[in-house]
Ligand binder design. Sequence first.
Ligand SMILES: Nc1ncnc2c1ncn2[C@@H]1O[C@H](COP(=O)(O)OP(=O)(O)OP(=O)(O)O)[C@@H](O)[C@H]1O
Length: 273
Amino acid sequence: MTSTSGDHATGPSDPVANSTSAAPPKPSRDLADTMIEAVGLSKFYGPFAAARDVSFTVKKGELVAFLGPNGAGKSTTMKMLTGYIAPSEGHARIAGHNMMDDRIAGSRRLGYLPENGPLYPEMTPLGMLEFFADARGLSTKNKKNQIEKVIDICDLSSVVYKPISKLSKGFKQRVGMSQALLHEPDVLILDEPTAGLDPNQIRGVRKTMRKLSETKTILLSTHILQEVEAMADRVILINEGRKVYDGDVEGLRTTGQGDLDEAFHQLTGHKFD
Ligand SMILES: Nc1ncnc2c1ncn2[C@@H]1O[C@H](COP(=O)(O)OP(=O)(O)OP(=O)(O)O)[C@@H](O)[C@H]1O
């Protein structure tokens, strides 16, 4: 299956694909369950489109993999979803809050792990968590409880007093995750949480994410197909800035005649054929 301009290949759960009318969409009854909403998001750098007309929703409790090759536009879309950069077109909502007009309210519900940080290398994990707890205005009691909780969830107790610069990549990633969880958000947007980790570290991070997915809505980006199989209920695949698939893992496999690698290649790999 290939995608053509404006003609996104979509899977069974794509709300766009299921819409049959040209009339403006009516608010759906389960709108309250929509935690992440991308509505026609585009980002242009000069004439170049890093993301083009990307729309999707993620419902409460879903764990969705945001998949695509290097440079597909995953980080750009995530930065627009979190309000970190302004879209050229479209808008994003987190738990119903528009991330341009109402970013503070949206950010209270959102934990964001950006690609490669941000971490503060000279701080210890404990110092960094205290710094963020103060910045987020947590009360003294809540601060202590929350810091203990995220240290436990992210399994950081052995490194809390070491400078972040001296930690392994796996621990750094978990420190980043602990910061994203500190204010107990119910929505997580995680940009390549397992990138550059060794297999043991990947297992650790995946275990943490599985635990988190019991209570939170998660969108995580990856370009690793095994990650999708291991973790996700649903896949959104992006290529050259456009959404090219939105559906379940089995549907994606069917696209590749039973082979996820083949599906990924068919939907994203034409450049080198
Ligand atoms: N500030 C910018 N100015 C110009 N081009 C940019 C900018 N940020 C991103 N891009 C380009 O937009 C495209 C999408 O980048 P993006 O980082 O979103 O991709 P990605 O899917 O996250 O890739 P990766 O998996 O390699 O992190 C790339 O071609 C990138 O070079």
